[in-house]
Design a protein around this ligand. Structure first.
Ligand SMILES: Nc1ncnc2c1ncn2[C@@H]1O[C@H](COP(=O)(O)OP(=O)(O)O)[C@@H](O)[C@H]1O
Ligand SMILES: N[C@@H](CCOP(=O)(O)O)C(=O)O
Length: 324
């Protein structure tokens, strides 16, 4: 359960008094999610989400995230909208944490990914990238390639307890991925822009097989657009047994290219970007796996799911492997 911070009735009442969103009807913690504390809030004016920002979010960057969500919505992307209090403030403090109320989005995320989800997903991702073009502020990707080595270094002793040989396998993967990374070491760069950077199935809501909304923009950043596709290839296109579903990948890439055709260098870079994406999620999961106390209310996600993906992408030499 991802409610790291409790909110007392008195604190909530005082907090809501700052807003003109009606009287409180219901309030409950949301079990899903692993990063922040989320609560569903119902008032006499409707449903809202209250988020208390926790571990990986830097408070100084919150205006960037909230500004991006506002901007994307104006451009037609359905995403949560920050709700301002009576003074026009969207970012506040509750229970000692930075906090914001956002609009509630209808829809459900797919518990089991099906082919019918993947083309709409690709289109929604490309629409997000197009809409982000006119959002000028830049946010460096704090979980980009430069962060991976320090993250692994902080997990080295624990890595061996998760799986023998993991440390050496990750070191070898680094040595392979980093020299090929677009824009590093003199490699040609690829188109950059605002990316979601965590567009997993639990962050995409569907209604009647159409995307009804995108949530959880708190890893969003300014980075290689095709890296966002690589993240989705990892998050959406593998079966529970670890096998790759090339039909899902083909649909995802076709949907994306319905809106934003990929250049030849972007397509050629997909294998290395997918390796990097697998590495990034493997490392944050590994860190959480090692550092989450046994009695914590949140269940850490299995890092080894991403080792299987990493191995697949290391063995995939070109974009044909993704059904293109
Ligand atoms: N704007 C929203 N509208 C509807 N439900 C939401 C919204 N934001 C979050 N949720 C619910 O809260 C859950 C966790 O949100 P998420 O942003 O993924 O949390 P975390 O940042 O902790 O991973 C989602 O799976 C969803 O059920
Ligand atoms: N998607 C990441 C973890 C972040 O969780 P989210 O609930 O914010 O999507 C992963 O699966 O490792």
């Amino acid at each position: 359960m991802a409610v790291y911070t409790d909110v007392s009735d008195e604190a909530l009442e005082a907090f809501l008094a700052d807003y003109a969103i009606g009287g409180l009807v219901a309030f409950r913690g949301i079990a899903e999610g692993v990063e922040n504390s989320n609560f569903q809030l119902r008032t006499t004016q409707g449903d809202f989400i209250l988020t208390l920002y926790e571990k990986r979010v830097n408070v100084r960057e919150l205006p960037w995230f909230l500004g991006l969500m506002q901007h994307l919505a104006v451009q037609g992307v359905t995403c949560p909208q920050p709700v301002a209090d009576k003074t026009g403030t969207t970012l506040k403090t509750l229970a000692g944490r930075p906090a914001a109320i956002t609009t509630f989005l209808p829809g459900v995320w797919p518990r089991k990914v099906r082919t019918c989800h993947c083309r709409p997903l690709g289109r929604a991702l490309a629409q997000l990238h197009e809409a982000g073009r006119s959002y000028a502020p830049v946010r460096h990707n704090s979980l980009g390639p430069a962060a991976w080595q320090p993250l692994l270094n902080s997990c080295r002793s624990g890595a061996e307890t998760v799986q023998r040989g993991l440390e050496a396998e990750l070191d070898a993967a680094f040595a392979h991925i980093l020299p090929l990374w677009p824009g590093r070491d003199g490699n040609p760069d690829l188109p950059r822009g605002q990316i979601h950077a965590d567009l997993f199935p639990d962050n995409v809501f569907f209604l009647h097989d159409s995307v009804s909304g995108l949530i959880d923009f708190y890893f969003a950043c300014t980075d290689i657009l095709a890296y966002d596709i690589a993240i989705c290839l990892n998050a959406w296109c593998f079966e529970v047994d670890g096998s790759f579903n090339v039909t899902f990948a083909r649909q995802l890439l076709q949907g994306y290219q319905d809106i934003r055709p990929l250049s030849a260098p972007e397509l050629a870079a997909l294998p290395v970007l997918a390796r990097g994406a697998a590495m990034r999620f493997l490392l944050t999961r590994l860190y959480d796996w090692i550092n989450t106390p046994a009695d914590a209310l949140v269940t850490p996600k299995d890092p080894l799911d991403y080792l299987k993906r990493l191995r697949f992408h290391l063995a995939t030499e070109n974009v044909d492997g993704y059904g293109v």
